[in-house]
Design a protein around this ligand. Structure first.
Ligand code: NAP
Length: 454
């Protein structure tokens, strides 16, 4: 039996485990390590609570966990409870699926003013991530800017625009539900630095903004109109998705406001150059108007020198996630990923694979794509791993089962059965109010709930 450790219990970890456990060429056992007591990574702590259907992918992950040879070691931190060096004595292969745990910086003045936050913090807070549940967001102001026009920016805008009744039917964390109920937010500006054709959001997500019960959506006709470069790029190929996106945005530019309680403004070709201060906190955002220029085959934003100031009380920077280095592994600082070839970690000294160390998901390719994108990505890494087993390119573990060591170092280890008890407690707590679950957001409470059900 070949023993495999997977570090990180998010979607890429589960897709990788699935691939490894569903083949019968090579006998393998998979131990999945997770720093938090809960599995599913961004499916629990990133996916918007009002997108419950996307969360249903956890049913697939539960089937993986039920496969013979799978074990879950939750509440175990690599580097704290056990080191990578120690793991190398217990496993033939080690794969990292740790995702992209931080955010990109914008590098503009005022970025760190009170009232300027990353979208990643806000998302983790409203989803009840234990590391973020005590963050505070002052939602008393009326105007918010969200920088970036990716799907995370759209999630943040939509959650800010939803009514209390809509949110109360979801598993949005209770502390966030209370704070959002008292929210004074009336206007949300989403700021895209390039044009509408280059916007990173996907069509179903931007279409949903136009269907909100409690918010009007608008765009500016002159910003939605295609510039010459985008028009000729589009004329040259058969890109039905971008055409549909432009149709949706053109419709928004033509819409009359219906007088709903909140308003979302979609802006394009503007870049923040400074977050402005008022009374020691965010008071506005200074934007420069951009034009598109062709550079290395890509349409990029170039500032025109024409400025605009938008008074806002709060800024969410949603300009992309970024991977963090893993102690003991090489790291590509520029791309924020572990250097690899088809999932095999590369030794930067000679560019050849580091024996038996692999990556999959965002730490492998960067923070792009939807949850399902991680499936083919995991298949590629699994293929490399299985090829290496067949070729004998593995570590030579000299110790037996790691579980006793882990339980000794972390008496509060959460295995799959323990997680299922926590899951049952959370779903039962949601039932009276018709919610999918009420999340525990503190680790101590999670452990208590597990013990109470034990
Ligand atoms: P993203 O899709 O990469 O979007 C990042 C946005 O930030 C882009 O609009 C980008 O503009 C902009 N940006 C980057 N640097 C900037 C700067 N310095 N100034 C101004 N704007 C800047 O990333 P994301 O929204 O964090 O999402 C991550 C991934 O998760 C994506 O693949 C997304 O589709 C996925 N996701 C999916 C869903 C869903 O399916 N419902 C929900 C959430 C997230 P440029 O294009 O000009 O670089």
């Amino acid at each position: 039996m070949h023993r495999i450790a997977i570090i990180g219990a998010g979607p890429s970890g589960f897709f990788l485990a699935d691939r490894l456990l569903s083949q019968d060429t090579v006998p393998v056992a998979v131990d999945m390590f997770e720093r938090l007591p809960t599995p599913y990574g961004l499916v629990r702590y990133g996916v918007a609570p009002d997108h419950e259907k996307i969360r249903n992918v956890t049913r697939t992950f539960d089937k993986v966990a039920a496969r013979p040879g799978f074990r879950f070691f939750g509440n175990i931190e690599i580097g704290k409870h056990v080191t990578l060096e120690e793991l190398q004595h217990y496993y033939h292969l080690i794969a990292f699926t740790t995702g992209a745990q931080t955010d990109r910086r914008m590098g503009i003045p005022g970025e760190d003013l009170p009232g300027s936050h990353t979208a990643t913090e806000f998302v983790a807070w409203y989803n009840g991530h234990p590391d973020y549940r005590d963050r505070e967001f002052d939602l008393s102001g009326e105007r918010v800017a969200v920088v970036g026009v990716g799907n995370v920016a759209v999630d943040v805008a939509r959650i800010l625009a939803r009514s209390h009744d809509e949110l109360a039917a979801t598993d949005l964390a209770d502390h966030a539900l209370d704070a959002l109920r008292a929210s004074g937010v009336r206007e949300v500006h989403l700021l895209g630095r390039r044009g509408p054709a280059q916007a990173a959001f996907t069509n179903p997500e931007v279409k949903e903004l136009g269907e909100l019960i409690g918010a009007d959506v608008s765009a500016l006709a002159h910003e939605v109109e295609l510039d010459e470069l985008s028009a000729s790029a589009l004329a040259g190929d058969d890109d039905a998705t971008t055409r549909k996106k432009l149709e949706i945005l053109t419709d928004y530019a033509r819409r009359e406001a219906a007088g709903k309680a909140r308003r979302l403004h979609l802006r394009f070709l503007v870049s923040p150059v400074e977050i402005l201060e008022r009374n020691g906190r965010v008071g506005g955002i200074k934007l420069v108007r951009n034009r598109l220029v062709l550079s290395n085959g890509e349409l990029k934003a170039e500032p025109t020198g024409q400025f605009e100031e938008l008074p806002v009380d709060l800024v969410f920077r949603s300009v992309g996630y970024r991977g963090v280095p893993i102690p003991g592994l090489p790291f590509d600082e520029r791309r924020g990923v572990v250097p690899n070839e088809a999932g095999r970690v590369l030794d930067p000294a000679h560019g050849s694979p580091l024996t038996a160390h692999y990556v999959s998901g965002w730490i492998k390719r960067g923070p792009s794509g939807v949850i399902g994108t991680n499936k083919p990505d995991a298949a590629e890494t699994a293929t490399a791993m299985l090829e290496d087993v067949v070729a004998g390119r593995m570590l030579s573990p000299d110790r037996g089962d790691i579980e006793p060591l882990l339980r000794d170092r972390q008496p509060d280890l959460v295995d799959w059965a323990a997680w299922q008890r926590l899951n049952a407690a959370e779903t039962a707590a949601g039932q009276p109010a018709g919610r999918p679950r009420v999340k525990h957001t503190r680790i101590a409470e999670m452990l208590e709930a597990i013990k109470a059900k034990g």
